[in-house]
Write a protein that binds this ligand. Structure first.
Ligand code: GAL
Length: 452
């Protein structure tokens, strides 16, 4: 085992009340997609014929967390984390999304939660991490107004089943991510495209986010409730007026679209960005503003990279294009994402300065690199540097008064990275997908030492 010195900071610099965790998600880790009564999710369907996913990757086995959760939770413990974030697969609990409850699905998460508690790990449960039951997608999924009824029932069942043991709840994982990639660009499940899908999906996700919060508040005593947003600093390519305007449009979409309604400010409708006004049609005279608002106990900020954008009149609606980090010759991860910790710092400050945010948890941050397993060792210094730099950025924001209470590394082990398949490896633990053998990477040991 290798010990890597932490020359600059240690976990103690964050104070003894700061909490450290690691995050995973059901579809990316569990496998066992048709075991014990689980219904199909949109990701099971989307990966079925292999054409939409790199390497034709399937979810059937993934990291087999469904069967190996005990060992995996021991790893979480061994690495020194005290929080464990995971999501509940809706189709495991309700195979067709609405009807009959699947007891075996309910029991699986009881086992995971009980094991966490036995090991002294605090469970953070995400209610929706992108794996909608296929049966609900057949009825329009997030574009159907009834999704709010369906989701409310699912949340109610989870709150009633686990509420006495689980106090920390995350309603949605990155609504911008799943509505844009899944209902506008067609790159993620369910593969839908266009504004006709995107706009209703936005509205229904924003409603579900707030309503989910209200249900947990009502049913779970002493609940600590949050929801997560993907956040990126949006940097204009130049000082030209048109690039500044393009950056503003992308900022509205990527950073403001969901947090502002959640904070009670309504949708970020801006004169320079007319198409979002269509959301007001659903929303005449802002009668929904109140329903989109929920008094979240914490905001889960997820940060990976900044984006640089410039004006491009050939691109419909947004009239902007990203100037990729590789083109700008910036350091990147294996995803081609720019490594920029300063941008993480600025993003945290920006979210804090909104006002109305009581507490920030970094619910995801991490990086994929081309790891090499040599003689049983993965010397992933690039990942260690990534964490080191980003933790420093977070500490700076904390010292300047931002109420950040905790941090979750993404992710425990190499897993299914959505349309990128299994190729990008984000884990602190390497997974041999043929044998399911786990090998702690040096970044995992780095965390263990850091948290000691
Ligand atoms: C997030 C997502 C995670 C994970 C991560 C790395 O957007 O919530 O599930 O895939 O990105 O790409």
């Amino acid at each position: 085992m290798l010990s890597i010195p932490h020359d600059i900071i240690t976990a103690k610099d964050f104070g003894k009340n700061f909490k450290w965790g690691v995050a995973i998600a059901a579809a990316q880790n569990e496998g066992a997609t048709d075991v014990d009564g689980k219904g199909k999710s949109i990701w099971d369907s989307f990966t079925k014929n292999g054409s939409k996913i790199k390497g034709a990757a399937k979810l059937t086995t993934a990291c087999d967390f469904y069967h190996r959760y005990k060992d995996d939770l021991l790893l979480v413990k061994a690495l020194g984390f005290s929080l464990f974030r995971f999501s509940i697969s809706w189709a495991r609990i309700l195979p067709d999304g609405t009807g009959k409850i699947n007891k075996e699905g309910i029991n699986f998460y009881h086992r995971v939660i009980d094991e966490c508690l036995k090991l002294g790990l605090i469970p953070y449960v995400t209610l929706y991490h992108w794996d909608l039951p296929q049966e609900l997608e057949n009825k329009g999924g997030w574009t159907n107004y009834f999704i709010n009824k369906w989701f409310s029932r699912f949340v109610t069942i989870c709150a009633e089943a686990y509420g006495s043991k689980v106090k920390h709840w995350i309603i949605l994982n990155e609504p911008f991510g799943f509505t844009t990639l899944g209902y506008m660009l067609g790159k993620h499940a369910p593969g839908k495209k266009g504004l006709g899908n995107f706009l209703p999906a936005i509205h229904h996700a924003a409603l579900a986010q707030a309503e989910g919060g209200r249900i947990i508040r009502r049913l779970v005593e002493q609940a600590h409730i949050g929801t997560t947003f993907s956040c990126s600093q949006v940097i204009p390519y130049s000082d030209k007026k048109e690039d500044l305007a393009a950056a503003n449009r992308i900022d509205i979409l990527m950073n403001r679209l969901f947090i502002e309604p959640a904070l009670g400010k309504g949708y970020p409708v801006d004169d320079s960005f007319k198409f979002l006004e269509k959301l007001q049609l659903h929303n005449k005279t802002w009668k929904y503003t109140e329903r989109l608002h929920f008094d979240f106990d914490f905001i889960g900020l997820q940060y990976y990279f900044p984006v640089v954008v410039k004006h491009n009149s050939y691109i419909p609606i947004i009239q902007a294009t990203e100037v990729k980090a590789t083109v700008r010759k910036m350091p990147v991860t294996a995803m081609g994402w720019e490594i920029n910790a300063d941008s993480f710092y600025r993003t945290i400050k920006k979210i804090w300065l909104y006002g109305g945010v009581k507490e920030i948890l970094i619910t995801e941050n991490g990086a994929a690199f081309k790891d090499e397993l040599k003689n049983g060792i993965i010397d992933d210094r690039a990942r260690i540097n990534y964490f080191n730099q980003h933790l420093q950025a977070m500490l700076k924001a904390k010292k300047e008064g931002v109420n950040i209470k905790g941090y979750f590394a993404w992710t425990l082990m190499d897993n299914f990275e959505w349309s990128e398949g299994y190729h990008p490896r984000f884990g602190l633990v390497h997974v041999d997908l043929k044998t399911q053998l786990r090998t702690i990477k040096n970044s995992g040991y780095w965390w263990r030492d850091f948290l000691q």
